[in-house]
Design a protein around this ligand. Structure first.
Ligand code: NAD
Length: 346
């Protein structure tokens, strides 16, 4: 099979490509613009494989998109390219509208052209549970939960989910959509909670928790997500949505406390040293209280469930960062772990 992956130099896309190259025989074309979040270092282990090709392109560039889609003629398009950081969407929503909405539209049009030329293909849109909005203390997001996005990021992902469904209904483009909870694991850009805390703890900098730290997220180890994506792309029902999650609900404060304890074991410091670095800072504007996922559909229909618990996944993650500090330095570029998302533009 030929699989076109957009955003393959990012955190989840690179995990997916490593999985597909190492564990399947498929031919992979990775298309990525290499924004601050994309780094080919994350694909170093598979770059020389003859089944892997890379094109540097912007998914909003319709000429380039039409060219690579019609030349490569993929059996599946797995679309992950996106602006993905909520705090950045607060500061500068324009890039999110461009890449996440216009970019998805551009890719859908190219997919439609390919289909019109007689190809049999599937468009897989990789999305987030944040499209469903915020839960109270109880309840879970299911595949039929109404959309209620509340940040520029989640609104742009909700828009792209709707576009994909519309292209399916209106033009008969075969699609699947997956909505997943918070991922963590190796190769995640150090602006996201877990790698940011690891890097700050190592630098003996404060560990900033937004607000009271009681916001709840579900956490999934990235390789479990990559396996789920491959399963949905190959065995999922066309026209269906699948929720993916780790059945690991944690408050942000719990996540950082546990991380501090793992750090203490793997990079020993005086007892509770890392926990003492925790500080509370101004909350994120519009910070959703709780996300939680009902994963029974993907478990029942495809037999998928996560292999890692939060404890085993977190330990692997901390270990990986401790052993890959040069990767962190190389990708961080101009990002100095500063606070983002407090200065909305007018
Ligand atoms: P990421 O920010 O690490 O990677 C995004 C990749 O897309 C980067 O390699 C970047 O260079 C590329 N990209 C950005 N704009 C582009 C453009 N205009 N043209 C081509 N490439 C472009 O993101 P991630 O965390 O790997 O997330 C991947 C996908 O999964 C996103 O669609 C995101 O919404 C979704 N998702 C992420 C999470 C999570 O916890 N990280 C959870 C659920 C869903």
């Amino acid at each position: 099979m030929k699989i076109l992956i957009t955003g393959g130099a990012g955190f989840i896309g690179s995990a997916l490509i490593r999985l597909l190259i190492n564990e399947t025989d498929h031919e992979i074309l990775n298309v990525d613009k290499l924004t601050y979040a994309g780094n080919l270092e994350s694909l170093k282990s598979i770059t020389n494989n003859p089944r892997y090709k890379f094109i540097c392109a912007d998914i909003c560039d319709s000429e380039a998109v039409n060219r690579f889609v019609l030349e490569f003629r993929p059996d599946k398009i797995m679309h992950l390219a996106a602006e993905s950081h909520v705090d950045r969407s607060v500061d500068a929503p324009g890039d999110f509208i461009e890449t996440n909405i216009v970019g998805t539209y551009t890719l859908l049009n190219a997919a439609r052209r390919l289909q019109d030329s007689g190809a049999d293909l599937l468009f897989h849109h990789v999305s987030t549970d944040e499209v469903f909005g915020s839960l109270g203390a109880t309840g879970l997001f299911t595949e039929t939960t109404p959309y209620s996005p509340r940040s520029p990021y989640s609104a742009s992902k909700a828009s792209s989910d709707h576009l994909v469904r519309a292209w399916g209904e209106t033009y008969g483009l075969p699609f699947v959509i997956t909505n997943c909870s918070n991922n963590y694991g190796p190769y995640q850009f150090p602006e996201k909670l877990i790698p940011l805390m690891i890097m700050n703890a190592l630098a003996k900098k404060p560990l900033p928790i937004y607000g009271n730290g009681e916001n709840v997220r579900d956490w999934l180890y990235v390789d479990d997500h990559a396996r789920a994506l491959y399963m949905v792309a190959t065995e999922g029902q066309v026209g269906e949505t699948y929720n993916i999650g780790g059945n690991s609900e944690k408050t942000n404060l719990d996540v950082v406390n546990t991380l501090c304890d793992v750090m203490n074991e793997l990079q020993p410091a005086e007892k509770f040293y890392y926990r003492k670095l925790i500080i509370h800072v101004t909350d994120r504007p519009g910070h959703d209280l709780r996300y939680a996922i009902d994963t029974s559909k993907i478990k029942r229909e495809l037999g998928w469930q996560p292999e890692e618990s939060f404890d085993t996944g977190l330990r692997k993650t901390v270990n990986w960062y401790l052993n890959n500090l040069p990767w962190c330095k190389a990708v961080a570029g101009g990002y100095g772990q500063e606070r983002l998302g407090l200065q909305p533009v007018n």
